[in-house]
Write a new protein. Structure first.
Length: 143
């Protein structure tokens, strides 16, 4: 169990936010909230689909936790990015994958699947990326 998982509260509408003087019980010790990095987020891996359904240089969109996520395999490596071009909000599913880049099918904006950074002049806003893993033949994405 990581320190970040101590923050997770079972609520449909989000997470509990504590005040600056609050403490969190973790590993038998109380820790001040200020001890936690401000950009710490709780993520949980969710199954997407069987690994066998995704070939090399292919992508497939899935909805996990209310978000449209594009799972890609490029050069044998799995990646997961937001399924939305930051240029004009078009879906990236169906975009051409070459190397570790995916091209938007609408205007051809290229994004690096490793970190979401765009190439070219049409946008400077990167895609959100997600951690991805393979467990017992199933692709899982952290959302």
């Amino acid at each position: 169990m990581s320190l970040a998982t101590a923050f997770k509260i079972s609520k449909q509408d989000g997470f509990f936010l504590a005040g600056p003087d609050a403490t969190i019980l973790f590993s038998g010790r109380f820790w001040p909230v200020s001890f936690i990095k401000k950009d710490t987020f709780v993520t949980a891996f969710q199954p997407a689909f069987p690994d066998a359904e995704l070939g090399n240089n292919e992508s497939r969109a899935v909805t996990l936790d209310g978000r449209s996520i594009l799972v890609c395999r490029a050069g044998g490596v799995l990646y997961a990015v937001e399924n939305r071009c930051t240029h004009q909000e078009a879906e990236l599913e169906g975009g051409r994958i070459r190397g570790c880049f995916i091209s938007c099918p609408l205007h051809g904006v290229r994004f690096d699947l490793r970190d979401g950074n765009p190439m070219g002049q049409l946008t400077r806003v990167p895609l959100s990326t997600f951690e991805v893993r393979l467990v017992d033949g199933v692709i899982e994405v952290a959302v």
